[in-house]
Design a protein around this ligand. Structure first.
Ligand code: NAP
Length: 496
């Protein structure tokens, strides 16, 4: 196969798909198409537009490493600025011409050495390599609450915010206190006539500063764009990475000093911020810190103490035409109900139908839980590689950085295919089984499994589905593929 013949299709034009597009062009791939189901790039940052939407990764670390953004206005990047950043970056790297919008892939079949794709629109395409950059948290989870259909007011999921609904003078109930619910409450406190936060499980909340960058600071970042050493100094990457390492250490070892430090910090935040002892007890978590994703918030405890705001812990009995009835029999009359109830975290490319070599069905491989060797590739699904796929690291750090590291690995797989030496590349079943067995064993030692909580990190058997080792191990493994894990053709014997 000649190099220029390799056709690469990327599914998804969110953060990871844009990254793949940029890197493919940079590496000299010319026959590249990105398919995006929506009419804009941006993935999660396009779909989530709820009030208060913010990324809790420090702004200057939430960018591609090769495309810094001196213009962030705040220490934590607001959702709209992130969306703007991705649109600008897509334009700057000339990707818009490669993206087909409003095209949702519904099937992919590996036949005669290529991926044959079908789209909901009826379009078809063929690719030598398929990159799945379809995101992790994109399928909203609607809670199974009786009577939701009977509600007379407005009801929507946080990821489907209805901006046509005015919030002015309204009585609003927000169900769920993950990162999303907490950000919505902080944004709406003082704006709604009545704001109720329905909490099922109290959360650990880490205080964080979220000030504005001054004009001088932004000018300094602008000046540092042409001075990598200065930029590195300003990013303070060493300290940020030390924090990432402490965090992953706390996940893998509940007794670690890092875990204790985080617990102390969050508890002091609770004690110092919440004055009413009864409310304080309601807000006190009963599981280990980091068991659920840690919440960073500069102002949630202040917001929940606002006179028009109330924490509701009685448990939801049902939804009625007038509002939410709690298990203590009280009817809470509401105009708007928001489901900040999270996502189905096990979908990845699904609901696509994906058929690999010899009729292998992705649903069979994933019948117990989504699986991928090192979160990237799967046996019998050659030349299909995932960014932020199953078992990849997720946590309180930048998924951009994770995807960039994964690309370092994927690029080497692509080069091998492009060289013609190995037109079909997939890991062996043995490699996947060995990886997955070790991963599950390690996952059972993490705080996600042992910390006494339920979260979206767990699969349907209660096993954490994420990367259970530390960050450095991940980066190390992404540096160079272990070719012994791949189904490579036998070298051709020569008579010398
Ligand atoms: P989530 O963390 O899965 O939280 C869902 C919430 O809904 C939980 O509080 C859960 O309660 C509650 N819930 C679910 N079903 C319920 C029911 N039937 N009755 C009452 N409560 C119910 O979802 P999320 O807040 O959308 O966050 C998901 C992930 O998105 C985060 O963990 C994070 O990775 C990402 N995110 C990141 C940021 C950021 O700043 N970077 C911001 C937002 C989201 P229980 O805890 O009791 O199950």
């Amino acid at each position: 196969m000649a190099e220029q013949d390799l056709r690469v299709v990327v599914l998804g034009a969110g953060m990871a798909g844009i990254l793949a597009g940029i890197k493919l062009l940079e590496r000299g791939y010319r026959d590249v198409t990105l398919y995006e189901k929506a009419d804009r790039v941006g993935g999660t940052w396009r779909e989530n537009t709820y009030p208060g939407l913010t990324c809790d990764v420090p702004s200057h670390h939430y960018t591609y490493s090769f495309e810094r953004n001196p213009d962030w206005t705040r220490h934590l990047p607001p959702g709209a600025e992130i969306q703007d950043y991705f649109e600008r970056t897509t334009a700057k790297y000339g990707l818009f011409d490669l993206i087909r919008f409003n095209e949702e892939a519904s099937r992919a079949e590996f036949r005669d050495g290529r991926w044959h794709l079908g789209f909901k629109s009826g379009r078809e395409d063929v690719a030598d390599v398929l990159i799945a950059a379809t995101g992790v948290l994109h399928k909203p989870r609607f809670p199974d609450i009786r009577g939701a259909d009977s509600f007379n007011g407005q009801l929507f999921h946080s990821a489907r915010w209805d901006h046509s609904v005015s919030l002015e003078g309204k009585r609003i109930g927000v169900i769920g206190n993950g990162s999303t619910g907490v950000q919505i409450i902080s944004a709406l406190a003082g704006k709604a006539a009545k704001l109720e936060h329905y909490q099922r499980t109290a959360q650990w909340i880490m205080p964080v500063e979220n000030g504005y960058f001054s004009e001088e600071e932004r000018a300094a970042f602008r000046a540092a764009m042409s001075n990598p050493a200065k930029m590195e100094e300003m990013l303070n990457t060493e300290e940020y990475m030390a924090g990432v390492e402490r965090y992953t250490q706390a996940i893998t070892d509940m007794e670690s000093e890092g875990a204790r430090e985080m617990a102390d910090y969050c508890l002091a935040n609770l004690e110092n911020s919440v004055t009413d002892p009864e409310l304080r007890e309601q807000l006190r978590p009963d599981h280990a810190p980091l068991c659920k994703r840690l919440i960073f918030s500069p102002d949630y405890y202040q917001a929940i103490q606002h006179p028009q705001c109330a924490l509701v812990t009685a448990g939801i009995e049902c939804i009625e035409p007038e509002g939410i009835r709690t298990r203590d029999g009280v009817l809470h009359e509401l105009d708007i109900i928001v489901f900040a109830t999270g996502f189905h975290a096990d979908c990845f490319m699904r609901p696509m139908t994906i058929t690999g070599r010899n009729g292998a069905d992705l649903e069979d491989l994933w019948k117990n839980r989504p699986l991928a060797y090192l979160a990237i590739s799967m046996p019998d699904f050659p030349n299909l590689f995932m960014l932020n796929g199953p078992s990849g690291p997720v946590g309180n750090f930048s998924l951009i950085d994770i995807a960039e590291n994964q690309w370092v690995y994927i690029e080497q797989l692509l080069d091998r295919i492009r060289s013609g030496e190995c037109p079909e590349l997939a890991p062996t079943r043995e490699a996947l089984d060995t990886y997955e067995a070790a991963r599950v064993e390690a996952a059972k030692k993490t705080v996600w499994f042992q910390g006494g909580c339920v979260s979206w990190y767990l699969d349907k058997d209660g096993v954490p589905s994420s990367w259970p080792w530390n960050y450095n191990r991940f980066v190390e493994l992404m540096r160079k593929p272990d070719w012994a894990a791949y189904d490579l053709p036998e070298p051709v014997a020569t008579n010398t």
